[in-house]
Structures are given as structure tokens and as C-alpha cells.
Design a protein around this ligand. Structure first.
Ligand SMILES: Nc1ncnc2c1ncn2[C@@H]1O[C@H](COP(=O)(O)OP(=O)(O)O)[C@@H](O)[C@H]1O
Ligand SMILES: Cc1ncc(COP(=O)(O)OP(=O)(O)O)c(N)n1
Length: 280
């Protein structure tokens, strides 16, 4: 009997009852990319495609205890953090990551949901910068999050480069400034800085309102690929392909901003393997 090596990834994030973002999006992404997914819940949100109706944060004890359960028994090959909500949870998460020396920490600095609900208290920004960034293999802010974290106004490519350098100075090994919210009607461009040089990842911009959970999905895909042993550049390349497929093959779910499609990426790979012959 042969036993295959199982790669594991842990998401530390909030629950989205509508299934589009948060822990639900993260676990779907891990599964699709062939990684065993685990979770530690930081908050429960009552949420759907129309917005966030309520937020119920977990106690720091509950968050720390979930992480201990994983650390004492299972371990992980990568960690992704999403909604962390307050400074106390951030400190508890950082302490456990340090204690268990978990590798491949991907930080998605979730702040505000699409409808405007706050998923991170303003006073927690400093804790994110000083406690979590030094542990990060990569941090993946969108433009607004990069502005809040750096205090810069980001308008140009040079602004994005400056923001990335500033975030790397906090100790993050790499920074990706995502371009999903930019005005470019043709391309969605993400900028990667690894502390030495810059790379861009270019996707075709899809005109759609169904982009709920794109940031969660993208950062989880990076974490899953790192868990399997990919280098950061390859991991981001795969994540970009995953998110492109997940946005392009839209799902019509709910009445607002619909979710990403987690079936799309593997379907495309199968299609390519079959020499372009599409099976239903
Ligand atoms: N309309 C779109 N078309 C193609 N790619 C997109 C679109 N919107 C976002 N993306 C991509 O999805 C990923 C997540 O980015 P973004 O939406 O900016 O994150 P967030 O959900 O954190 O705001 C990035 O790779 C970004 O370029
Ligand atoms: C529980 C929870 N976590 C994170 C988010 C934000 O997800 P994101 O991928 O940034 O997508 P939008 O909120 O922009 O749709 C969330 N909404 N809920």
C-alpha cells in the first residue's frame, strides 16, 4: 500500500454564512487545489450577497484554543489569515504562529466588506503591522487596504511600488498589491515585491458585479500552492489563473454581488488535458 504525502493549510478567518467569502471560500479553494484544509474561526458574520447584516467576534480564548488543537496534533504547511476583527485576536494569532513556527504565512489584511461593513477595528491596524507582518511570507492588500496600512495615497504604479516597499519594511518577506479595484477597464494587474524586485501578474478584467470573495479566494490559492512546496512566483501565477477562472465562469447566486466559482479552475485544467475537448 502506498501513502501519499498530504499537504495541509490552515485558514484563520471569519465565517460568511452566504458561503462566498471568509472561511467558506478559503476551504473551497484548498480543496480544489488538493490541499487538506483546516480552520480557526475568528468571527461569525451573518452575510449574503447583499452585504453583512451582523458580526459576532469570537473570544481570544476560543481562537487560541482552536489554534492549539491544530498545533498540538496536526500541524500545517501553510497558514492564511483573513478577517481578524480586533487587536486582541491579532495578538493571539501572532503568538500561536510564533509558538508553533508555522511556515508560509499568507496575510490577507481584510478590512471592509464590499457593502461597507467593517471587518477590522481601526485600532487593530497597528497590531496587524507590528505583530503579523514580521511573520508574513506574503501580505496581499487591495489598494484601499494598502493605503490604510501605509498612510499613502495610491494613484500611480510608482505609488504602489512605494507602498509595497513600506510594507516590506515591517518585516513581510513579500507584498502583493492587488489591482481588482483599479479603474483600468482592460486588465486587473497585481504587483508583487519580494524585497528585491517587482513582478506584475496581469489578468483580463471581467466586467461583472459577482466578485464577492475574490481576495479570500486569491490569498487561499497562494497559501495552498505554498503548502505544496511551490515558490512564491509560481504560487501567485497559479492563484492568478484560479481567480481568473473563478471570476470568468460566473455563478448567479443571490441578488447582490455573487461569489467566485470554485469549480472553474479544475474544469479548465481537465479541458486542457483533453486537448480542448469540452466535457459536460
Ligand atoms: N473584475 C475582475 N476581473 C479580473 N480580475 C479581478 C477582478 N476583480 C478582482 N480581480 C482579481 O482578483 C484578485 C483579488 O483582488 P481584489 O478584488 O482587489 O481583492 P479584494 O477582494 O481583497 O478587494 C486579484 O488578483 C485581482 O486582480
Ligand atoms: C467573513 C468575511 N471575510 C472576508 C470578507 C472579505 O472578502 P473579500 O474577498 O475581500 O470580498 P468582498 O467582501 O470584497 O466581497 C468578507 N466579506 N467576509
Amino acid at each position: 500500500m502506498t501513502t501519499n504525502r498530504v499537504y495541509k493549510a490552515l485558514t484563520i478567518a471569519g465565517s460568511d454564512s452566504g458561503g462566498g467569502a471568509g472561511i467558506q471560500a478559503d476551504l473551497k479553494t484548498f480543496q480544489e487545489l488538493g490541499v487538506f484544509g483546516m480552520s480557526a474561526l475568528t468571527a461569525i458574520t451573518a452575510q449574503n450577497t447583499l452585504g453583512v447584516q451582523a458580526v459576532y467576534p469570537m473570544s481570544t480564548e476560543a481562537v487560541a484554543e482552536q489554534l492549539r488543537s491544530i498545533g498540538e496534533d496536526i500541524g500545517t504547511d501553510a497558514v492564511k489569515t483573513g478577517m481578524l476583527f480586533n487587536a486582541e485576536i491579532i495578538e493571539a494569532v501572532a503568538a500561536q504562529i510564533r509558538y508553533y513556527r508555522w511556515p508560509n504565512v499568507v496575510i490577507d489584511p481584510v478590512m471592509i466588506a464590499k457593502g461597507g461593513a467593517s471587518l477590522l477595528q481601526q485600532e487593530a491596524v497597528q497590531a496587524l503591522l507590528t505583530e503579523l507582518l514580521p511573520l508574513a511570507a506574503v501580505i496581499t492588500p487591495n489598494i484601499l487596504e494598502a493605503e490604510v496600512l501605509t498612510g499613502l495615497t495610491i494613484r500611480s504604479f510608482e505609488d504602489k511600488q512605494e507602498a509595497a516597499r513600506k510594507l516590506a519594511a515591517y518585516g513581510a518577506k513579500a507584498v502583493i498589491i492587488k489591482g481588482g479595484h483599479e479603474a483600468d477597464p482592460v486588465e486587473a494587474v497585481d504587483l508583487l515585491y519580494d524585497g528585491i524586485s517587482f513582478d506584475t501578474f496581469i489578468g483580463t478584467r471581467i466586467k461583472t458585479k459577482n466578485t464577492h470573495g475574490t481576495g479570500c479566494t486569491y490569498s487561499s490559492a497562494i497559501a495552498a500552492e505554498l503548502a505544496k512546496g511551490s515558490r512564491l512566483l509560481e504560487a501567485v501565477q497559479t492563484a492568478k489563473q484560479y481567480i481568473q477562472a473563478a471570476i470568468e465562469e460566473q455563478l448567479e447566486i443571490g441578488h447582490g454581488h455573487g461569489p467566485t466559482n470554485h469549480w472553474a479552475y479544475q474544469r479548465r485544467l481537465r479541458h486542457q488535458e483533453q486537448g480542448g475537448v469540452r466535457t459536460v
